[in-house]
Design a protein around this ligand. Structure first.
Ligand code: GLN
Length: 192
């Protein structure tokens, strides 16, 4: 079975680990650069993107993450993870950087506050399933994207899931609804 790393600096790590385990994958909590060499794919979870960004630099993971993902490591970023993967943050926290491995611009907290968060069924244009049950929590949206980026889902006429080669980025939290579509999509990417 594939070994999937979950970036374990801050945020919803355990939920991803549980879902990947449920799908039969081995999981590794990634906190050190050398762990990136021993995984078949990586999940960057939701949480607080400016905190995770800061921790990637403190843990010496920023450049190794960029190298690994540019080198073809399949990667899934959810919510804050999408913000981290992006090439432009419209409304960054002071000093906040992103990894620039996914050619999208994002806006943070675009769907309003935690209170306004919603659970909905979206059409999924990937291969794993025709639809996905999605939870939005202070979710970002994709505000712009390059020609190599393929939109995979929309919510309220805004792009909330994309794929560019080995990189998958989604605004929402499938690990909270129990829907396995996006994780199965990542496992397919890890096995090809
Ligand atoms: N709004 C958060 C951020 O900017 C992301 C929220 C989430 O990951 N659920 O990091």
């Amino acid at each position: 079975s594939p070994t999937i790393g979950v970036l374990a600096l801050q945020g919803g790590v355990a939920e991803h680990q549980r879902m990947l385990g449920h799908l039969g994958a081995e999981t590794v909590l990634v906190r050190k650069p050398e762990q990136l060499d021993a995984i078949d794919a990586l999940v960057l979870p939701g949480g607080e993107s400016s905190t995770i960004d800061r921790l990637t630099r403190i843990f010496g993971l920023r450049d190794p993450l960029i190298d690994a993902i540019r080198g073809g490591l399949p990667a899934l970023g959810t919510c804050a993870g999408l913000i981290l993967l992006s090439s432009h943050i419209d409304d960054p926290a002071p000093g906040q950087q992103s990894l620039s491995v996914l050619d999208v611009g994002v806006s943070r907290n675009a769907f309003g506050s935690q209170v306004a968060s919603a659970e909905v069924t979206l059409t999924w244009l990937g291969t794993a399933s025709p639809s996905v049950r999605a939870a939005f929590i202070r979710a970002p949206v994709v505000t712009s994207h390059g020609p190599e980026v393929e939109p995979l889902a929309e919510h309220e006429d805004r792009v909330v899931a994309v794929r560019q080669g080995n990189v998958l980025g989604i605004s929402f939290h499938p690990e909270l609804t129990g829907d396995t579509t996006v994780h199965r999509e990542l496992l397919e990417m890890a096995s090809t």
